[in-house]
Design a protein around this ligand. Structure first.
Ligand code: NAP
Length: 266
């Protein structure tokens, strides 16, 4: 049986994982490959990238990998070029990379602000700058950008650069979606809620658990209406749907994957 992304070529940014286990980008890259996509994985972390590549190849999937920092224009240009040389086209762009720096405007340094803006937002501008002309020439494409419920809600932790950039991803994606709606290109956003992935451990263990990871997990689980956080596969399956032709009439949408937390009154 053909997969839901059979023979499509997908770029996944941040396809590694910042710690042991499953991050959103890693799960998405593996799931896309299981569904028949040729996955071009990219990440700043060589070992994490190799792990994802080997998982896909070990599964019998098709993939290639290139180390790249998606906040740097020359890295992004080279990554897109390599993908085209290897697979000949780009059907899906999955912008997964995002980082957290704690602090409000007073506590956060200007350098940290600039870094988060570059990594969380400018990266999407750069990938789209290089990928959109290719998709437009093909007359088709699907872009899935990862935001966060922190872009639309106060989550209880001050990380102003994170909240601001994740809100900006919504406006960015809407603008791309409408500009390219008549050229066969769709662009949608996923807003994950509180997810239990490796990326939360370092930045958030102090804010939620006074340095205790287990306590952090308990506090975050208790905040969620279902009594537990989501996981990387919840985000990956949402991305799979939006990237696939099943979502052919969906563009400019914002898909919340949060177990109901943003629907809650308090
Ligand atoms: P992750 O495990 O932290 O990151 C995936 C990979 O991206 C890591 O290997 C990381 O390398 C890499 N990376 C970081 N900066 C990069 C850059 N400039 N260029 C290329 N690669 C880079 O995160 P994830 O689980 O895949 O998911 C991340 C996305 O989900 C983010 O956009 C995040 O905001 C969003 N999200 C997560 C949650 C949650 O609760 N987990 C909630 C809402 C939204 P390093 O380890 O070296 O940094």
């Amino acid at each position: 049986m053909a997969g839901r992304l059979q023979d499509k070529v997908a770029i996944v940014t941040g396809a590694g994982s910042s710690g042991p286990g499953w991050g959103n980008g890693k799960a998405t890259a593996v799931l896309f490959a299981r569904e028949g996509a040729k996955v071009f994985c990219t990440d700043v972390d060589t070992d994490a990238l190799a792990e994802t590549l080997n998982l896909i190849l070990g599964d019998g999937g098709e993939a290639a990998a290139q180390v790249a920092d998606v906040s740097l224009a020359d890295h992004v240009a080279a990554m897109v070029q390599s993908c085209l040389e290897r697979f000949g086209r780009i059907d899906i762009l999955h912008n997964n990379v995002g980082i957290v720096e704690l602090g409000g405007p007073v506590e956060a340094s200007e350098a940290a602000w600039d870094r988060v803006v570059d990594v969380n937002l400018k990266s999407m501008f750069l990938t789209c700058k290089h990928v959109l002309p290719r998709m437009a020439a093909q007359g088709s494409g699907a872009i899935v950008n990862i935001s966060s419920i922190a872009g639309i809600r106060w989550t209880g932790v001050p990380y102003v650069s994170y909240s601001a950039t994740k809100a900006a991803v919504l406006g960015f994606t809407r603008s791309v979606a409408l500009e390219y709606a008549q050229r066969g290109i769709r662009a949608n956003t996923i807003l994950p809620g509180l997810m239990n992935t490796p990326m939360i451990v370092e930045p958030l263990k102090d804010a939620y658990g006074q340095g205790d990871v287990q306590k952090m997990v308990e506090v975050r689980d208790a905040q969620c209406p279902m009594g537990h956080m989501g996981d990387a596969w919840d985000v990956a399956y949402a991305a799979l749907f939006l990237a696939s032709d099943e979502a052919k009439y969906i563009t400019g949408a914002e898909l919340v994957v949060d177990g109901g937390i943003t629907a809650k009154m308090a």
